[in-house]
Structure formats: structure tokens, C-alpha cells
Write a protein that binds this ligand. Sequence first.
Ligand code: SF4
Length: 407
Amino acid sequence: MDAGTVTFARRTTKAVHVGSVQVGGGAPVSVQSMTTTKTADVDGTLQQIYALAAAGCDIVRCTCNDRDAAEGLARIVPRSPVPLVADIHHQYKMALAALEAGVACLRLNPGNIRKPEHIKAVASECRDRGVPIRIGVNGGSLDPELYEKYGGRVTPEAMVESAMRELAYFDEVGFDLVKISVKASNVPLMIEAYRQLSEATDHPLHLGVTEAGPLPGGLVKATAGIGTLLAEGIGDTIRYSLTADPVEEARAGRMLLESMGLRERKNVDLIACPSCGRAEIDVIQVAEQAQAAFGERELPLQVAVMGCVVNGPGEARDADLGIAAGRHRGHLFVKGQNVAVVPESEMVETLVEWAEFISEHGTEAALARVDTEKARAEAERDRAALLDEKGDDANASEAKVDVIRKL
Ligand code: SF4
């Protein structure tokens, strides 16, 4: 099977609209993050929201923990480039205030807003305004009664029951614009809770590993939990909860979805060889320079940085564009075909220039603008010279194997 045609079948869920973004019902999986500013700081919060949107975030959540935050939201909502969700804990009146401010969705934690009359008052108001709610169950703040019922432990069953109890209150007032999350910091627990939840309801699910922690461990834990579920077709919207700049959360979410073929590529997908004894450049350094140069540019291409011209163009022949080093020169190739030779110092800027050209005019036009035969001949000359210098076994693996055999 062609790798490009492999897809993950997604579970069917109801559609809910968070402002302009559809969640569930077959919509693309969306990326969420949360601001870390005081919501009362309108300019600071908007700045972070814009940075998140630029990094690929579709929906942003802001805390609404007091009256100043609610007033901030009233000023932020009309200027936000993406729909906003108000995060509500403990005080149901803050949910009503956030609705007044015009947010596109609420997040309620059933573990800390527990009075049925408060829950139903918020759900009724959301029903009348057509605003959805995320039931955000969190393993760390599970309803104490459920915690006791399940033996003083947080279990998948307890988290699912917490969500289903909240849903039952919503049902009583005829409200069903609902997304649900059952996050835990323990990855196997979180995976099992979502599996059980997906059997119990067809409301769209918001995936996350809560308090995943700083990089790189947080990234690994969140990817293990979210990626596993997405591969099983579970999940309609995701958030990486990292102890880092929230822009990293948005980038990670976007990259996960793009790498799993669940979202169209938006920015450059930079691949690079791991480097070896053949490398003619410091691959790590050049790849980092290229990453910084591409930044958030909207160039939906796969770009390769390869350490040598001996194997690089072949190993990265599926990339839209790449560069391979050889004898102090950079050999540029498009879909595996050599197109230009540039001094080593110009490798990164040449990559950016060609990426912009391909993004605008396409691969055929890029190949048509140069004499590919001349570039191929030059690459072949450098390749042959390197093979001459280093031989077939640049890593001296075979010599080592010989020694081992003689031990
Ligand atoms: S052979 Fe060349 S392209 Fe492959 S890992 Fe080594 S340096 Fe990189």
C-alpha cells in the first residue's frame, strides 16, 4: 500500500460549533491551547492569542476566574482571530459572566462545580444562547464522592461516570451542545478513560494528557496519549498541556495532526538525515538554521537537509525540496532531481528561496527554470569524488565487523 493513502478511520461523532470552528461530525481535528496571561490584561492576552493562531491553533481557552477576567474577555472576544473558550472553576457565576462577554464555548469542571442547580442554570443559559460546553473531567480534581465510590482511586470508570452525570443534568434542561474530555496525567489511565467514554457517548471528544510537564518529557507523554487515541479514530479536538510557552503547545498539536495525515500541511515539514561518517556538513546546525529560517512561514512543503550528496538525494527523493552537502557545496534537488549547486554558506537561503518559488508556482515550474542535466552532472562529479576519497564504507563498519569476527 502507498504510504500516502494510509488513513485512520475516525469514529462518528455529533457536530458542535465553537464559533466558526466545527468540532466533531467529520470536521478536521482541531488544535487548542490556553493563554497563560491574566485575562484582565487585554493587550497581553490578545498578543498571546495572535501568536497561538499564527502557530496553527484553531481555538484558544482563557481563564475566567474573577470579574476582572470576565471584563477582559468582553474586550478580547471582538478582537480575537479565533473562537475563545472560557475556563470555569468553582464559581458558576463566572460562567454566566463569560457568556455575557460573548465567548464561543465554556469549559466546566464537574469536579468543582457540583450543585445541580448551578450546573443546570449554566446549561440553560448556554441552550438559550446556542453556546456549547466542554465537560472537562480531570483526574486530579475528580468529584470527591466518585473518588470514594471507586475505592479512593482515580479510575477510568470514575472519570467516565463523572462526565455522564454532568450530561444527565444537561439532559434535564434539554441541552446537548457538548464536548467532553477525561484528562489524566497518567497516560495509560487517560487512554483507557477515553476508550470507555467513546463507547458510552457520541459527543465529540477533546483529547489531552493533563499536566504533561516541561519539554521534552511533556511532549512525549502527550504524544503517546493523544497519538494512540487518534490512531484508533478517537478524538475530535486536541490540546498539549505543556509547561512551556503555549505557542509550543499549538506547534506540537499541529505537527502531530499533520504527521498523522489528519490535517493539511501548513508549514514546512523539515526532515534531516541523522548524519554519519559521510556527512560533509554539521547536519544538526544546518537543520536548525533552516528550521529558524522557515519559522512559521506558510510553505506547505517537505524540505530535506542531508549530510552528503552520495546518499542524500536518493534517501530524500520523496521530499518536495532538499539540499545535500558535498565538497563544500550544496546540491539542491527537487523531488530527487538535482537542480542547482551553491556555495555551502548559501545552502539555507537557497532552500528558502526555492521553497517560496515551489509553493507559489509548483514543482514542474521549478524544474523547468533550470538545466537539471547540468546540475545532475555536477552532483555526480562530487559524488564520485567523495566515493573515491571515502570509499563505499565511509563509516568503516565492515572493517569493524572484520575485527569483531576475529575476536
Ligand atoms: S549517508 Fe549521507 S545522507 Fe545518509 S546519513 Fe550519512 S551523511 Fe546523511
